[in-house]
Design a protein around this ligand. Structure first.
Ligand SMILES: [Zn+2]
Length: 271
């Protein structure tokens, strides 16, 4: 699932490539991901529009157009974007292709068909938009603490569900918990002041460092997801980079949580 660091790189790469480009044709190969909130028809309303910028809010990529409309893409589990020449091979499960005035194509592919591409004049009409928490880099420790306070569940779910801070998913929540040395299944209400501060600092540092790494590793190949540099996520069964304990993996609803039992003590039975 693309998360904040992945999406930041996609945004950085796409902004100079598409800004000022006009969409000359819209190919909706598989309409399941398309959400037209204009009432005018997705392809009809989008054809002839010009990209004004590429932005990101939480896990949503935003492409404001020179009209009042915005193309908003939530990649969910497996959505990918690619800016390619028409002769470049299309990814399997390419759902939407936007033909640009410079001859390139902006493509959206999605192996799971769970993502959503909204076309709207009103971002608040996107489900979940108004409940989204603040961006991590402008967030103060006090605000982080205040937003965490009402959360009754486990710390990992507090990080991923987006109210405390936007943009974090399954992978980076594991990385942040590891960097903060906090077990992902501890209740957030059980964390003391120092632990909350560590979690806050880790949120900032993990995301910033991941953006810097991905900028080098991904380059312009934005349809690739690079995760091999992570410390614990996706590394179940391998030694912890800090203490060499074998990294644990617990799967819930098909989604793995990875952590080190030595570096991140506690858990379900111990608060
Ligand atoms: Zn460890």
């Amino acid at each position: 699932m693309p998360e904040l660091p992945d999406l930041e790189i996609i945004r950085e790469v796409l902004a100079p490539r598409i800004t000022g480009q006009t969409i000359t044709d819209v190919e909706v190969v598989r309409p399941l991901v398309v959400r037209d909130l204009t009432g005018r028809g997705f392809a009809e309303a989008l054809t002839g529009q010009t990209f004004a910028d590429a932005q990101r809010r939480g896990k949503v990529l935003l492409f404001p157009l020179q009209s009042k409309l915005t193309l908003a893409i939530n990649c969910k589990l497996a959505g990918r974007l690619q800016c390619a020449a028409p002769s470049d091979r299309r990814q399997s499960k390419t759902h939407v292709v936007l033909h640009l005035s410079d001859g390139h194509e902006l493509r959206y592919s999605d192996q799971r068909t769970m993502g959503q591409i909204y076309l709207t004049a009103d971002l608040a009409a996107i489900p979940g938009w108004t409940e989204m928490g603040p961006e991590p880099f402008g967030l103060t420790l006090e605000e982080f603490r205040r937003r965490l306070q009402p959360h009754q569940g486990e710390i990992k779910s507090a990080l991923t569900h987006g109210f405390v801070v936007a943009g974090i998913g399954n992978a980076y929540a594991d990385e942040i918990c590891f960097a903060a040395r906090i077990h992902p299944y501890r209740k957030s209400t059980a964390l003391d002041g120092q632990e909350i501060e560590r979690l806050y600092e880790a949120t900032q540092s993990v995301l910033r460092e991941a953006i810097a790494t991905l900028r080098e590793r991904v380059g312009t190949e934005i349809h690739r997801e690079v995760r091999d540099f992570l410390a614990v996520h996706g590394k179940g069964g391998q030694p912890c980079p800090a203490c060499s304990t074998i990294i644990s993996e617990i799967k819930a609803q098909g989604r793995p949580t990875n952590f080190c039992r030595t570096c991140q003590p506690g858990g379900l039975m111990q608060f």
